[in-house]
Design a protein around this ligand. Structure first.
Ligand code: HEM
Length: 512
């Protein structure tokens, strides 16, 4: 058979069509599910949404248009139905994290991005007791110390830089919540805070190799870039080896960020494991606990695995908390009556001479808890549907009236579920902390609240996160006053998380 020059374009076109049609036809059982744009034919659609930082929103809009089931890639179906939460994320269903998570691996796989079930169970066993409600008490001292430093810095700013007339100093609250969250996790996971609060600056030491001389990078920025590029490449993992050749700075800088972030963990673990530091160690932090962990042969974790796990905690436990704290301040500020009510509740509950309360003092204050939960619902720091694959040997399985097969990837979109009028009522788009009153909250709402996900891969740090949020919010709203210094709503961008881009406020020491 002869191939003429004129026929080459047609052959290429035919190959391209086949490339997209074959996966589509192979998944014939998904053909009756409406496709968002051209998503049924190629992952490029999902990749483009992620690249623009608004995947959760496009998927939310697609659900509003097409209903509860929407195909968002040749293999992935988004299910906006709270009934699917148990089936997709529950214990014992056998689903695994999808190849999306391959884009998050650096150094080596850690607890968050391990996809193999047995490996995950082993890793999770090593850390889960450390995060139990009983054990986290020993971490409180590190949280407390950093919140005290935060208060010192805000008092100083208010005293020295406040407007002479109003007393308010203008600042980006997100920056300060980031400094606080990074210093806390630095203290918890690496043995010392990064010193961001003290310097009022986003800065961390980084070494790509323990023997390298130190370099300094902006850790928050590095984490943001890394989250965005990984969440984008995760939509098309086959692109990962070629990502550095894509002529878009987003990918180049993102990949550099992945390395720099690993470098931050390498530098800090290196510091913490120095013989002179270890010899005098009295700390009961996360790294100490990880060092007690054993592998399947009873050996202690080797340096690379230890570093990967410490890096996992740094990534998972830093901007999750700061983005949530920033969203809490925003929603409280734009909703009249919430701050006065919260402040009165805190004044009534806490001793006057205490600036930073203990966890025990704040964990039973319902209105404080409701404000936090309501923000986690309406803001949804983790907004995307976390993708889970039905492994070989499983299925067919019926979810929401549709039959799925091994190899299908399913996800339940948190943002859409958290704002569903069917679940939360007509005021689902409003910030109403009172909806968490147990007399009002329904069993369905309770089960549909998934800010920490659900099942065996749910947030292992939830207890620490809740302790941090309670102590930080009780402190911030009781000691400081705010006025809005920005026009329009708080802008956000989605990487792995839904992150505020900033919150410009006036802050001063409390006067009344
Ligand atoms: C408000 C704060 C937080 C939120 C909203 C949050 C949310 C989540 C979510 C949704 C997941 C599931 C991710 C997935 O399936 O892909 C997760 C996993 C995880 N989180 Fe958190 N998290 C928070 C704070 C923390 C903290 C403070 C730590 C540690 C100190 C932490 C450590 C982890 C780890 C290690 C995982 C992976 C667990 C596994 O796969 O077994 N998180 N988190």
């Amino acid at each position: 058979m002869f191939v003429t020059l004129q026929s080459v374009p047609f052959i290429l076109l035919g190959l391209a069509v086949a490339y997209y049609l074959v996966p589509y036809l192979q998944k014939s059982h998904l053909r009756d599910i409406p496709s968002a744009g051209f998503a049924a034919f190629t992952n490029v659609w999902l990749l483009l949404q992620a690249r623009q930082g608004k995947k959760y929103l496009t998927i939310d809009e697609a659900h509003k248009k097409y209903g509860k089931l929407v195909r968002i890639s040749p293999t992935q179906v988004s299910i906006a139905d709270d009934e699917a939460i148990l089936s997709v994320y529950g214990h014992g269903n056998g689903f695994l994290k999808a190849d999306f998570y391959d884009a998050f691996v650096s150094i080596r796989r850690g607890l968050f991005n391990t996809r193999d079930r047995a490996e995950h169970s082993r890793k999770r066993k090593t850390v889960s007791h450390t995060f139990s409600a009983k054990s986290i008490g020993q971490f409180e001292q590190y949280i407390h110390g950093n919140v005290e430093e935060f208060v010192k810095q805000w008092n100083r700013l208010s005293d020295l830089q406040g407007d002479p007339k109003t007393g308010y100093v203008s600042l980006d609250a997100l920056n300060w919540f980031n400094y606080l969250a990074f210093d806390i996790i630095g203290d918890l996971a690496f043995g010392a805070p990064f010193g961001m609060l003290e310097k009022g600056q986003d800065i961390a030491e980084m070494r790509l190799d323990p023997k390298d001389p130190p370099k300094y990078v902006a850790a928050v920025e590095v984490l943001n870039r890394r989250g965005e590029v990984s969440a984008t490449l995760g939509c098309m993992p086959s692109l990962i080896p070629f990502a550095k050749y894509i002529p878009d700075r987003f990918f180049y800088e993102g990949l550099q960020a992945v390395q720099h972030l690993a470098g931050i963990a390498i530098a800090r673990v290196n510091e913490r494991l120095k013989p002179e530091v270890m010899a005098n160690n009295t700390r009961v932090d996360l790294l100490a606990r990880l060092m007690e962990g054993k592998d399947e042969n009873g050996n202690q974790l080797e340096r690379a695995e230890l570093t990967a796990e410490a890096l996992t905690q740094l990534i998972a436990g830093s901007d999750t908390t700061s983005n949530t704290t920033c969203a809490i301040l925003y929603w409280c500020m734009i909703t009249p009556h919430v701050i006065p009510k919260l402040r009165k509740t805190l004044d009534d509950a806490l001793p006057k001479d205490i600036e930073v309360p203990t966890h025990a003092m704040v964990k039973e204050i319902p209105y404080l808890q409701w404000v936090i939960w309501e923000t986690m619902r309406i803001h949804s720091t983790s907004s995307m549907g976390l993708p889970r694959e039905i492994p070989a040997g499983f299925g067919p399985i019926v979810i929401c009236g549709h039959t799925f097969q091994a190899g299908d990837v399913l996800s339940v979109p948190s943002y859409t579920i958290h704002r569903s009028k069917e679940i939360w009522g007509a005021d689902a788009e409003e910030f109403v902390p009172e909806r968490w009153n147990p007399e009002r909250l329904t069993a369905r709402q309770k089960a549909a609240f998934i800010p920490f996900s659900h099942g065996p891969r749910a947030c292992v740090g939830r207890n620490v996160a809740e302790m941090e949020l309670l102590v930080i919010c009780a402190t911030v709203f009781r000691l400081f006053e705010f006025e809005m210094h920005q026009d329009g709503p708080m802008q956000t961008r989605e990487g792995f998380l839904r992150k505020p881009l900033g919150l410009q406020v006036g802050m001063r020491r409390r006067r009344v």
